[in-house]
Design a protein around this ligand. Structure first.
Ligand SMILES: *[C@@H]1O[C@H](CO)[C@@H](O)[C@H](O)[C@H]1NC(C)=O
Ligand SMILES: *[C@@H]1O[C@H](CO)[C@@H](O)[C@H](O)[C@H]1NC(C)=O
Ligand SMILES: *[C@@H]1O[C@H](CO)[C@@H](O)[C@H](O)[C@H]1NC(C)=O
Length: 391
C-alpha cells in the first residue's frame, strides 16, 4: 500500500472536476480506471470543503497539563488525529486530539526538546532535536526510539523530514546542518557554510533542495544529493529568524531581526522584494498554502499579510499587547492564527485583517500554535506548561 501525495491545492471550487480528473489521471499513473470513482468522490468532498463558508468560532475543548516545564513547540500529524508537544522538561509527548489522552512520552534526551516533527504525510515517525546536541528518531506508533543521531557540537534548534521521509535535516547552533538517513540511522552529509547558528530550515517539495537560515544574516540553498551550496541569499542586515519555501518552491521567504522579510527567486537566488513596515524584529513568516500570500509575525506586536504578486502589504493585524512569536494560515486560507507573549492567540480574517477571536486562558506566554489540516482544530503551547485544544 503505497502512500501517494497528490497536490490538489490548485483545484479551487471553480475548477471543473472532469478536467481536473483528467489532469490528475494524466499526471498520476497510479490512478487507474479501477480507482477513478474513488478519486471522483474525493474531489467532490474537497470542493465542497473549499467552497464552504467558514464562520466557525473556536472554543476551548481541553487544557492539558502537558509537561512539568514550559512547552517549546507543537505539531499535528497529517490527519490531525494526533499531535506532539516538546518541552523544557526534556520530553516530547504524543497526544490523541479527540480525547486529549497522552499516547506516548518520548524520554531519553538529556536537555530541552526544542525542535519536533512528524514525518507527514505518513505520520508513523517523530523526530526530536534537543539542546543535548542530539536528534532522536521515534516510532509514533509505539514510542520506541529507533536512532539517536550524534554529531552536532551544539544545541539542535530546527529540523525537518524530507517529503519522502527518507531523510531528516537538523540545524544547530554549531553553524552546521546535517542530513541523516531514516532507514539506516547514518549521517549522510554535513552542510558547512554558515558562519553562525542555523535557526530555521525547509525542504522543497521534491526534497532535492534544502534552505537554511542563519544568525550570520544569510540563507543558503543546498543541493541535498551532493551537500553543496547552490545559492547564498545575502542582503539582510540582521539575523534570520525563519526561512520557508512556497508550495511550488518557486519562492523562498526569509524573516529577519532587521525588521524586514525578503522574497527570493528559488531558481536564481535573486532577491525579488523586501517586505517593509514592521517597527521591530520579524520573528516568524509563512506562505499561504498556494503561495500568493505571506504572513509575518513581529516583536512590534503586529502581524502583516503581504501579496507575493505585488509585494504590497494587504493588511495589518493589530490587537496583541506584546511580541508575536508564531504565525500560520489555516489550510483553507481564510484565517491567520497568531501566538503572542500577551498569553493569547488570535484568529484573524485574511481578507479584512479583522480580529475574529481572542483565544484566552493560558496563564503565560504562548510560544507555538498550529491548525490541523481540516482547519477546524487549533492547538496552542505555552510557557505555563500546558497546551490547549480548541475546536
Ligand atoms: C495520526 O495519528 C493517529 C493516532 O496516532 C493515527 O491513527 C493516524 O494514522 C495518523 N495519521 C496520519 C496521516 O499520520
Ligand atoms: C526542488 O528543487 C529542484 C532543484 O531546483 C527542482 O528541480 C524541483 O522542481 C524543486 N521542486 C519543486 C516542487 O519546485
Ligand atoms: C492564498 O491566497 C490567495 C490570494 O488571496 C488566494 O486566492 C488563495 O485561495 C489562497 N490559497 C490558500 C489555499 O490559502
Amino acid at each position: 500500500s503505497e502512500v501517494r501525495l497528490i497536490r490538489l491545492f490548485y483545484c479551487c471550487s471553480t475548477s471543473l472536476y472532469a478536467s481536473l480528473l483528467s489532469d490528475i489521471r494524466a499526471a498520476e499513473p497510479l490512478i487507474t480506471s479501477s480507482c477513478v470513482e474513488q478519486v471522483k468522490v474525493l474531489i467532490c468532498k474537497l470542493q465542497e470543503k473549499v467552497s464552504q463558508k467558514d464562520d466557525r468560532k473556536f472554543y476551548l475543548f481541553r487544557a492539558l497539563q502537558a509537561h512539568i516545564l514550559p512547552l517549546t513547540n507543537v505539531a499535528f500529524n497529517k490527519s490531525g488525529s494526533s499531535f506532539i508537544t516538546g518541552s523544557y522538561d526534556r520530553t516530547c509527548k504524543i497526544w490523541d486530539t479527540a480525547s486529549g489522552e497522552e499516547l506516548h512520552t518520548l524520554e531519553g534526551h538529556r536537555n530541552v526538546v526544542y525542535a519536533i516533527a512528524f514525518n507527514n504525510p505518513y505520520g508513523d515517525k517523530v523526530a526530536t532535536g534537543s539542546f543535548d546536541k542530539t536528534c532522536k528518531l521515534w516510532s509514533a506508533e509505539t514510542g520506541k526510539c529507533f536512532y539517536t543521531f550524534r554529531g552536532h557540537t551544539a544545541e539542535i534548534v530546527c529540523l525537518a523530514f524530507n517529503p519522502q521521509s527518507t531523510l531528516v535535516a537538523t540545524g544547530s547552533m554549531d553553524t552546521m546542518a546535517k542530513l541523516w538517513d531514516v532507514e539506516s540511522g547514518k549521517e549522510m552529509s554535513t552542510l558547512a557554510g554558515h558562519f553562525a547558528e542555523i535557526i530555521s530550515l525547509s525542504f522543497n517539495t521534491t526534497g532535492d533542495r534544502l534552505v537554511t537560515g542563519s544568525f550570520d544574516h544569510t540563507a543558503i540553498l543546498w543541493d541535498v544529493s551532493t551537500g553543496s551550496k547552490v545559492h547564498v541569499l545575502t542582503g539582510h542586515r540582521g539575523e534570520i529568524s525563519c526561512v520557508q519555501f512556497n508550495w511550488d518552491c518557486s519562492l523562498i521567504v526569509t524573516a529577519s531581526l532587521d525588521k524586514t522579510c525578503k522574497v527570493w527567486d528559488a531558481d536564481s537566488g535573486q532577491c525579488l522584494a523586501t517586505l517593509l513596515g514592521h517597527n521591530d524584529e520579524v520573528l516568524d513568516v509563512c506562505f499561504n498554502y498556494t503561495g500568493q500570500l505571506i504572513a509575518t509575525a513581529s516583536a512590534d506586536g503586529t502581524s502583516r499579510v503581504f501579496s507575493t504578486e505585488t509585494f504590497q502589504c494587504l493588511c495589518q493585524l493589530e490587537g496583541h499587547k506584546g511580541e508575536i512569536s508564531k504565525v500560520c494560515f489555516n489550510p483553507q486560507g481564510s484565517r491567520v492564527l497568531t501566538a503572542s507573549v500577551d498569553k493569547a492567540a488570535r484568529v484573524w480574517c485574511v481578507n479584512t485583517g479583522v480580529c475574529l477571536q481572542v483565544l484566552e486562558g493560558h496563564s503565560d506566554e504562548i510560544f507555538s500554535c498550529a491548525f490541523n489540516y481540516e482547519g477546524d482544530t487549533i492547538i496552542t503551547g505555552s510557557k505555563d506548561n500546558t497546551c490547549r485544544i480548541w475546536h
